[in-house]
Design a protein around this ligand. Structure first.
Ligand code: NDP
Length: 285
């Protein structure tokens, strides 16, 4: 069997076009452009690429965007003051602080400083709590993008066995919650899971987000399963690769996401949707 490829680049393009149309309507009706501020502390090369891609996507969709690169030794007080100013800036509807932060800054303190109604990453505890209770204001962009991908290939989630490998606050945990809310029976695995393959082989839907290149191999995949690879890693050959060994997994899976061109572009598309919705809500309020 050769798996169907779930093309994130194509799906993201159509979602971004929809976001651009809705943004144009907001300008027409209210004279308001959705505005996103992206703060990057330091000069981590991978983070610089992510941030630039996010800002470029905003510009292409007709959003207002502000990108601030701040010095790596910026004090926490100065960063919090900058966030506070953006919280009060009416032209900014979404604030994103690129993670990871330099070691002297607490990501928890920084995220909690963002006004929940502008927390378009959905990482603030208020937003995490709303997601947990099934009434999300913002869904974190990566798991949100994965749900859109599953929807696009009409994967039946009700009653499905879903296994999520990786349990971070920004990907694995919200992913598991969304799958649960869609009616799946969810297993959430971490680095302490005993006999990981016994879990992954049961999965009708397998989502992998560990940051361990190629750790899920074809023999760990149930024939016909839908495999979503969230991982973005730089291989020894300098090329991007996922957490799933694509060559062996695609021979077994029913559908699979590639890296690059899978979940990555969807994350950016969902950031635009969250920012747009924040801007629309600000006008309805
Ligand atoms: P974290 O490092 O925060 O979390 C990794 C998770 O994987 C942890 O829960 C960890 O377990 C678990 N894990 C690690 N090794 C294993 C193992 N051998 N078996 C089972 N579980 C394991 O990573 P993130 O969630 O931030 O990111 C994961 C990957 O997704 C990375 O490659 C990252 O680059 C990528 N990513 C991609 C995005 C996109 O847009 N496509 C967006 C965000 C991330 P434990 O809790 O026990 O430590």
């Amino acid at each position: 069997m050769t798996a169907r490829i779930i093309n994130g680049t194509e799906l993201a393009r159509s979602l971004r076009a929809q976001a651009a149309e809705r943004a144009a309507r907001l300008v027409e009706r209210h004279g308001v452009k959705p505005g996103l501020a992206v703060l990057l502390v330091g000069a981590d090369p991978a983070s610089q690429v992510y941030v630039r891609n996010k800002v470029k996507a905003c510009e292409e969709a007709g959003f207002h965007s502000v990108m601030e690169t701040l010095p790596p030794d910026l004090s926490e007080a100065d960063l919090l003051a900058r966030i506070d100013a953006l919280n009060h800036d009416p032209a900014i509807h979404g604030i994103l602080v690129q993670l990871p932060l330099p070691g002297h800054l607490s990501s928890h303190t920084v995220i909690e400083a963002i006004a929940p109604e502008k927390d378009v990453d959905g990482f603030h505890v208020a937003n995490a709590g709303q997601l947990m209770t099934g009434k999300p204001q913002f869904i974190p962009c990566t798991p949100y993008g994965v749900m859109k991908m599953l929807e696009s290939v009409e994967v039946p989630l009700r009653g499905a066995e879903a296994v999520v490998v990786g349990a971070s606050n920004i990907v694995g945990k919200p992913m598991a919650m969304l799958l649960l809310q869609a009616g799946a029976t969810v297993t959430l695995c971490n680095s302490k899971t005993r006999d990981l393959a016994a879990h992954t082989r049961r999965a009708d839907v397998l989502v992998v987000a560990t940051g361990r290149p190629g750790m899920i191999t074809g023999d760990m995949v149930k024939p016909g399963a839908v495999v979503i690879d969230v991982g973005i890693n730089r291989g020894a050959d300098g090329k991007l690769c996922g957490d799933v060994d694509y060559a062996s997994a695609q021979a077994v899976a029913g559908a699979i996401t590639p890296v690059p061109g899978g979940v990555g572009p969807m994350t950016i598309a969902m950031l635009l949707i969250n920012t747009l919705e924040a801007a629309e809500r600000s006008q309805a309020a």
